[in-house]
Design a protein around this ligand. Structure first.
Ligand code: PLP
Length: 374
């Protein structure tokens, strides 16, 4: 069936991302009850694909799906994977790892909030020191890519340290999954997580944890701290019944099925090359207009750029945002503590020419509001 084209917006915010029309229209399906076998088959195949995207062996890893935004994964992993009497070590170098520490507080979990500099990749030695000091640490938690700053953390090395001390390693890969190549075994990962609206370029409402099946099985005997977001409960329901425990986001699952098809068609390496091309185009534009950035290039994920506000008193982020938004481009406020920054992100179904088009509009906006950069 032919559908009309949908107005295309270029989203430079950190998700949800720009989607293809084929993904948008994949949601238009005959009404179906998600308890039907036909729907179960889609879920099963999707679960396997989600594991394969991070090169996980299906005999060793499984996907656990949740209805919710990405934070539901953080909640589920943190509340479900801590054995009685043990501690979680949260490697905290940004807003998203801080969120895991907050989840620990909300569930009153025994944890160490290892606060590190938010403008540098996490220091592996500091993690190893913490592990050496405290033999009760059973879980190490880190964020792969701190989306607030664009900092990329050395997860392979942190994972090696966690495993050396017998801890499991849980990583928030929400803003790298299906963008940057990730390999469960090579990267020393036990649990990763993501949300369909980010790297997969699908719709909001579906999130998933890919984890070590034996470790999920072992968590059956751990204290339960949540009803709706218990990892083992959801896992066992999917395993036994082939369904999510509660109503799944039906239309988002259809969109995600299509998005995964498009992911395999584009290919892991080609997609990562495209994201980096977008990042280069952002730098080219920023340099041309005279903007300065926060984080040195070599520390970055190449998926987010934190840009300093210009010093010109005429600068007003909201006005610039609105000017661009009205012309189909969305920019996003920063998250580097209280530092005045905004963010430009490289995810979604966009490419370098979209970024070039954006910089034409941004330049117009600067002229319109008499903002001088150099
Ligand atoms: C987007 C994101 C999340 C999830 O945020 P939600 O607002 O709940 O979707 C979690 N971690 C990281 C690193 C993210 O970029």
């Amino acid at each position: 069936m032919e559908y009309p084209k949908v107005k295309r917006n270029v989203l430079l915010n950190p998700g949800p991302a720009t989607t293809t029309d084929t993904v948008k229209y994949a949601q238009i399906v005959p009404d179906i009850c998600p308890r039907e076998k036909e729907f179960g088959a889609i879920m099963k195949e999707m679960g396997e694909d989600l594991v394969k995207i991070v090169h996980g062996d299906l005999k060793k890893y499984t996907a656990v799906l949740f209805c919710g935004s990405g934070t539901v994964n953080i909640d589920a992993c943190v509340n479900s994977l801590l054995p009685e009497g043990k501690k979680m070590l949260v490697v905290n170098n940004g807003a998203y790892s801080e969120r895991a520490a907050e989840v620990c507080e909300y569930y009153h979990l025994n944890h160490i909030n290892l606060k590190l500099s938010i403008t540098e990749p996490a220091d592996v030695n500091a993690v190893e020191e913490a592990l050496k000091r405290d033999k009760d640490i059973a879980v190490v938690y880190a964020c792969h890519h701190e989306t607030g700053t664009g900092i990329l953390n050395p997860i392979r090395e942190i994972g090696a340290a966690a495993h050396k001390y017998g801890a499991i390693f849980v990583v928030d890969t929400t803003s790298t999954y299906a963008m940057m190549p990730i390999d469960m075994d090579k990267d020393n990962l036990d649990f990763v997580m993501a949300s369909a609206q980010k790297g997969l370029m699908s719709m909001t409402g579906l999130s998933y944890v890919v984890g070590n099946t034996e470790m999920i099985e072992a968590s059956k005997s751990y204290p339960t701290r949540s009803y709706y977001t218990n990892l083992y409960m959801q896992y066992s329901f999917i395993k036994e019944k082939g369904e999510m425990h509660f109503t799944p986001p039906v239309q988002t699952i259809y969109a995600t099925k299509q998005a995964i098809k498009e992911y395999w068609a584009e290919g892991e390496d080609a997609k990562w090359a495209r994201h980096q091309r977008i990042w280069e185009a952002i730098y080219k534009g920023l340099d041309r207009l005279g903007f300065e950035t926060m984080i040195p290039k070599e520390m970055q994920s190449r998926l987010v750029v934190s840009v300093k506000y210009p010093e010109d008193p005429n600068w007003d982020f909201n006005k610039i945002h609105d000017y661009c938004f009205e012309r189909g481009f969305t920019i996003y406020p920063g998250k580097v503590s209280n530092l005045p920054t905004f963010r430009l992100c490289c995810l979604g179904a966009i490419d370098a020419p979209d970024v070039d088009d954006f910089f034409v509009v941004l330049e117009e906006a600067l002229l319109h509001y008499h903002i001088k950069l150099k």
